[in-house]
Design a protein around this ligand. Structure first.
Ligand SMILES: NC(=O)c1ccc[n+]([C@@H]2O[C@H](COP(=O)([O-])OP(=O)(O)OC[C@H]3O[C@@H](n4cnc5c(N)ncnc54)[C@H](O)[C@@H]3O)[C@@H](O)[C@H]2O)c1
Length: 329
């Protein structure tokens, strides 16, 4: 029987949160941890290994490793980011992280491409749409096996916020945030329901709760990361750790779940004149991307999408240019 191996590249706050959550599952029995901070990743592997000595824990193989160890990996999660020291990322917008992270992306993709093109490759690193797209178009990773968490985190935040407002279980809220993972993410009220009740009818069914304004709600969700960041000393790791497991589980268990991950959408998707990675409802299973669903959008949603796609296109162009300059050096 084949064992299953996961690689995590970048074991800072987010990589560690993903690892710790996964170690409560039995999706994988072998974990390879890769980080440029060799002492940090050695310590993390040792610390997590000590935990396997507890009688209520599974006996996993966890070690710090190299790209050679990923040759037979089933899945690789990239949560690396240029290390700014002092244990925190600077207070930069996600797009502002791009320039410092181009060398990291290049090093990581060269390492992965030298090891495998078979593993499902999941990006969490920001700006996540750009990392995902450059991995495919500039380094050649197979597009149906390559994805990022996209607007899954914003969607979880929206589901939580709507559930809290209407005092219901988040699991019965069906909704999406789409577009860029970042300031240009937008909600899709026309496809938002609570227990089958359309967004526009919620005030009728929940008369005791105040009416929600879509633009204000959208703003609140987009700004939510900053609120966590400001209050957690520059870190957002808990929710993304859980959301990443949602995606991993959908793939490992072949759940055929539909989530707004980011992947490379062909020319013509929402009339886009170029192929582009952005968050939209996508079916995932054991082989990676299974299908994409181009939901009809309202005028407000279409305008938001257009803006989102422009932000990502500009970022991808800048990323390509920076990579080209490095190759010319
Ligand atoms: N997609 C999302 O929804 C989401 C949510 C939260 C955070 N993030 C992103 O996740 C990333 C990580 O955040 P964090 O808080 O864990 O940062 P962090 O600074 O705590 O950790 C980053 C780690 O990456 C390592 N690293 C840097 N370059 C590397 C390389 N070339 N190879 C291997 N490892 C390398 C660093 O040594 C560090 O340990 C950031 O880009 C952050 O913006 C994404």
């Amino acid at each position: 029987m084949k064992s299953s191996k996961l690689g995590i590249i970048g074991v800072g706050h987010v990589g560690k949160a993903v690892l710790t959550n996964l170690l409560r599952t039995t999706f994988f029995n072998e974990y390879i941890l890769i980080d440029t901070r060799e002492d940090r990743v050695f310590g993390e592997a040792l610390d997590q290994n000590h935990g396997t000595g507890a009688l209520n824990h599974h006996n996993f193989k966890i070690r710090n490793g190299t790209y050679d160890d990923l040759v037979d990996a089933d899945m690789i999660i990239v949560a690396a980011s240029y290390y700014y020291g002092d244990n925190i990322l600077p207070n930069l917008e996600r797009q502002e992280l791009l320039e410092d992270n181009i060398p990291e992306l290049q090093q990581i993709m060269e390492g992965i491409m030298g090891a495998t093109q078979e593993a499902i490759l999941i990006f969490v690193s920001n700006p996540v749409d750009t990392w995902t797209q450059l991995a495919i178009t500039e380094f050649g990773y197979p597009k149906e096996k390559c994805m990022g968490t996209g607007t899954m985190l914003e969607t979880a935040r929206l589901r939580y916020t709507l559930a809290k407002h209407y005092q219901v279980d988040p699991k019965i809220v069906s909704t999406y945030m789409m577009g860029e993972h970042g300031n240009a993410a937008f909600m899709v009220p026309s496809h938002t329901h609570i227990a089958g009740i359309p967004f526009d009818d919620l005030d009728t069914f929940f008369p005791q709760e105040s009416a929600l304004n879509v633009a204000d709600l959208n703003q609140e969700i987009v700004e939510a990361a900053g609120v966590v960041y400001d209050n957690k000393n520059g870190v957002t790791d808990a929710a993304i750790g859980i959301v990443t497991i949602e995606l991993v589980q959908a793939i490992v268990l072949d759940e055929q779940t539909i989530v707004p991950l980011t992947s490379l959408h062909p020319v013509g998707t929402y009339s886009s004149k170029r192929e582009l990675c952005f968050g939209m409802p996508t079916k995932v299973g054991i082989n990676g991307i299974e299908n994409r669903y181009e939901l009809p959008l309202s005028d407000w949603e279409s305008q938001k999408l257009e803006k989102s796609l422009q932000v990502i296109a500009d970022s991808v162009d800048k990323g390509k240019e920076l990579l080209m300059k490095r190759k010319d050096q």
